[in-house]
Design a protein around this ligand. Structure first.
Ligand SMILES: NC(=O)c1ccc[n+]([C@@H]2O[C@H](COP(=O)([O-])OP(=O)(O)OC[C@H]3O[C@@H](n4cnc5c(N)ncnc54)[C@H](OP(=O)(O)O)[C@@H]3O)[C@@H](O)[C@H]2O)c1
Length: 348
């Protein structure tokens, strides 16, 4: 028997993380795994990715016609990207002991079809967990958000929120060291995070919880205002940034974590700035660009090798001694208790 965590009650507000209550968002199950068929793998989960998007996947009563992935329904295993070890294989493509990437979810062990598992790319010297962060989906999101949505050019000024997170810290480093922005204004939720952001390339780093944030943002954007804003958070920070974007500037709408558990946060009193200053707001989902993954992976792995993209310090790895702790690690995303990619480790 192996453990997995499934959705119990789809939330509308902040998830109820304690297991075993009547309104708990998740519940733990013990299941028997099936025998391996041809071309299948038995996997042991090692690292689990924690993503704000998972909150959207479990939202109650979503309109599945408008969702970019099928909703997770009560009884379904929680979906999550993971790095896992092959324990048994009936596929000639995978040997036992190989590490793979897959959407294994919150499962101790699982059986997958070999076509749904991917060997880790060759990037010597980095922890396998980095393939869930800088060298994984957050890195791709940062790259395509900057390159294709912001269309960031050398010498431009960019504002990046959620800057000390998985996507944000890669965006800060690529914007400054690869795409050569003249000024990167990073926004994060603590002085310690801001200090780290200055160390990895931000010209200015602002703590949005400080009472002087709005004034400091206006000062930071002087004299010319920002060419673009890479928005990871939405809500009051997006509202503040709208007033410091240049005429004909743009917003890359990547995420809105401030509103995932509380949609009332998404009040934009500065909406008229979009009209008056002819601002383009473009939403994107990283999967739209998956056909160009090789291009992004090349830029990101070169940046890592050349020291332009530091992955040291860009991860918060939480080792769970008990499988049931997984939801408690995930919820840290919504409390800002991560610097860089938040990864759960469930085995060695
Ligand atoms: N469009 C896409 O394809 C795509 C792909 C990946 C991610 N995303 C989005 O990008 C954003 C970042 O994702 P990530 O995986 O890189 O996560 P992350 O930034 O590593 O973690 C979330 C961070 O959000 C910040 N946060 C939490 N609540 C907040 C609030 N109320 N206001 C402002 N900031 C808040 C916290 O940092 P502080 O301490 O700074 O508050 C926290 O550390 C999310 O909105 C996510 O949905 C979009």
């Amino acid at each position: 028997m192996v453990k997995e965590i499934v959705l119990a009650n789809a939330p509308t507000g902040f998830p109820v993380i304690e297991l075993g209550k009547a309104d708990s968002t998740f519940e733990i199950k013990e299941i028997e795994l099936p025998e391996l068929q041809d071309n299948q793998l038995l996997l042991q989960t090692i690292f689990i990715s924690n993503d704000p998007a998972q909150r959207g996947w479990i939202q109650k009563d979503q309109n599945s016609d408008r969702a970019y992935l099928p909703p997770i329904l009560p009884g379904d295993r929680m979906r999550a990207a993971s790095v896992a070890k092959v324990l048994k294989s009936t596929s000639s493509s995978f040997k036992e002991g190989t590490l793979v990437q897959c959407y294994g979810g919150w499962a101790e062990q699982l059986v997958v079809n070999a076509k749904d598992a991917f060997p880790l790319p060759d990037l010597p010297g980095v922890s396998p967990s980095v393939f869930l962060g800088a060298a994984g989906v957050p890195g791709l999101t940062a790259y395509f958000g900057l390159k294709d949505v912001c269309k960031l050019q050398e010498g431009q000024v960019i504002i990046i929120s959620g800057a000390a997170g998985a996507t944000g810290n890669v965006a800060v480093q690529l914007a400054k060291h690869v795409l050569k922005a003249s000024k990167v204004i990073a926004i994060a939720g603590s002085d310690e995070k801001c200090q780290w952001l200055r160390e990895i390339g931000a010209d200015v780093a602002l703590n949005y919880k400080s009472s002087s944030f709005s004034n400091a943002l206006v000062e930071a954007a002087k004299p010319s205002y920002a060419d673009c804003y890479f928005d990871n958070v939405g809500g009051p920070i997006l509202n503040a940034c709208l007033s410091v974007i240049k005429r004909n500037g743009c917003v890359a709408a990547c995420g809105a974590i401030s509103a995932y558990n509380d949609p009332s946060q998404m009040i934009l009193s500065n909406w008229a700035e979009i009209i008056i200053n002819r601002i383009t707001v473009k939403g994107f989902i990283v999967t739209d660009y998956y056909h160009r993954r090789a291009e992004a992976n090349e830029v990101i792995s070169s940046a890592i090798k050349e020291g332009k993209l530091s992955v040291a310090g860009g991860e918060t790895i939480v080792r769970c001694t008990e499988f049931k702790e997984i939801p408690k690690v995930w919820i840290r995303l919504f409390r800002g208790e991560n610097t860089g990619k938040l990864v759960t480790q469930v085995a060695d």
